[in-house]
Design a binder for this molecule. Structure first.
Ligand SMILES: [Zn+2]
Length: 360
């Protein structure tokens, strides 16, 4: 088979870090995501990348879009993203639209997209370079809120391996979380991700919900005109939740606040009020970047970390990757130490963390 292109890993493979990949195909150089973090100060190194023809963004989380200040280093290329992701970019960012589900066009190169079940407006992307390159970005099959379109056929897949070998289903996580969420609780969580998902779950279970302004705005936005990225029959409950939720005040019920790491905003204010008191419980449900207030509270024992799944567990990846028929798969956003275990779990696919890959 002849060469159909090259994939270069700039950042995001071998360790948890910002997403940034470069696809060279059909005479074009396409950058896939340009993140920052999630650990403070972690930037992708684009110094030697040179000029890029377009930047494509999977979703609006910081570790996928936070590196936009680096754009001048790669020639200020045009940006492609879904309309919903575009709205979450810094004001004034000019964006060319990609569909949430369907076929888009990037400088004459067709790209198929589907909903990633992970964030508002979030997508996976499949390119027709040779027999196909699929980049999942972040994805989840388990959200009750965000719709997920199964991964399409593709020979090569860069996939979300944020949870590594973890295979605990969300149903099991809910059992572990239940006693910690039973009383009054502060849940710092992203408004454009698991915050509304957890809130909907607790609301349906009859719990009183409180939202900071950002979470309230995100839920209102979710309940607006049909957005096309929610699961069926979610909107009615979400609208009721948006009406019922109170602002933060007394530490009663479940209070949702942003940002998840407590580095500012409503979360930082609530930490000031509550961290030296016994109540409410404080529960973090996602990745905790080292050196953040969230990290400090968990280490001191004042807060707990109990995961709520927003990425695929190992069984999800095995099933989804098998359905793609992929011959070569690249685990992203996990440690290189996991490579032998992933090779065993995903055989007979070739599992690699090589920095440069020739596509056929
Ligand atoms: Zn994400």
């Amino acid at each position: 088979m002849s060469e159909a292109g090259t994939l270069r890993i700039i950042s995001g493979v071998g360790a948890k870090g910002p997403a940034c990949f470069l696809l060279e195909a059909q005479g074009k150089r396409l950058m896939l995501d340009l993140g920052y973090g999630p650990q403070p100060g972690l930037w992708p190194n684009v110094d030697d990348v040179g000029r890029v023809d377009a930047l494509l963004l999977t979703h609006s989380h910081k570790d996928h879009i936070g590196g936009l200040s680096l754009l001048p280093k790669i020639g200020n290329p045009p940006i492609f993203a879904t309309e919903i992701t575009a709205k979450r970019l810094p004001a004034g960012t000019e964006v060319h639209p990609l569909p949430m589900k369907g076929r888009g066009d990037v400088l004459g190169i067709p790209v198929d997209t589907g909903r990633n079940g992970h964030a508002p407006g979030g997508i996976w992307m499949r390119f027709h370079a040779g027999t196909g390159l699929l980049y999942t970005g972040d994805y989840s099959t388990e959200s009750a809120l965000y719709a997920f379109d199964p991964l399409p056929k593709s020979r090569t897949v860069v996939f979300d391996c944020s949870y590594g070998e973890d295979d605990t289903p969300l149903a099991e996580r809910l059992k572990i979380l239940a006693p910690h969420l039973a009383g009054d609780v502060l849940l710092p969580a992203p408004a454009d991700g698991r915050g509304p998902d957890i809130a909907l779950h607790l609301y349906r279970a009859g719990k009183a919900i409180r939202f900071d302004d950002a979470t309230r705005a995100a839920v209102r936005d979710l309940t607006g005109a049909a957005r096309g990225y929610l699961r069926d029959e979610v909107e009615a409950d979400l609208a009721k939740l948006a009406d019922a939720a109170l602002p933060p005040g007394e530490p009663s019920g479940a209070t949702f606040a942003t940002p998840a790491d407590g580095s500012g905003g409503a979360t930082a204010k609530l930490f000031e009020q509550w961290e030296n008191k016994a109540q409410p419980a404080i529960v973090f449900t996602g990745y905790i970047p080292p050196g953040t207030p969230a990290d400090r509270l968990v280490k001191s024992g004042r807060a707990k970390f109990l995961r709520w799944n927003v990425h695929p567990r190992l069984s999800d990846n095995i099933a989804q990757l098998r359905a793609t028929g992929a011959a070569t798969v690249i685990p992203a956003f996990c440690d290189s130490k996991l490579l032998p275990a992933l090779q065993a779990a995903l055989a007979p696919a070739n599992v690699t963390m090589d920095k440069v890959l020739t596509l056929v």
